[in-house]
Design a protein around this ligand. Structure first.
Ligand code: FES
Length: 105
């Protein structure tokens, strides 16, 4: 699968995303600006905050309670905010679009 990251200025980056990896891991591996992933994916830092594109919200699914609690620490949280370390790539998410925030924290 591939994942598209759209930054706060509207620039898109499309990267290969092996199934089973998290969106945060892919972003960090490809140096996608705006995603930090400080805690390494433990749902404990909120620096992997992204906005799931409207068209993909249903396919991605809802965050777990632990993620919702941690999202409170993210900057500029919106309706479709997610922690990207909690989104696992699967074949159905091929072409996923996430928007990266202007900054983390
Ligand atoms: Fe820390 Fe996602 S990488 S919460």
């Amino acid at each position: 699968p591939t994942v598209n990251f759209i930054d706060a200025h509207g620039a898109t980056r499309t990267v290969d995303a092996p199934a089973g990896s998290t969106v945060m891991e892919i972003a960090v591996k490809h140096d996608v600006p705006g995603v930090v992933g400080e805690c390494g994916g433990a749902c404990a830092c909120a620096t992997c905050h992204v906005y799931v594109d409207d068209a993909w919200v249903e396919a991605v699914g809802a965050p777990a309670d632990m993620e919702k609690d941690m999202l409170d620490f993210a900057f500029d949280v919106r309706e479709h905010s997610r922690l990207s370390c909690q989104i696992i790539v699967r074949p159905e998410l091929d072409g996923l679009i996430v928007h990266t925030p202007v900054r983390q924290g």
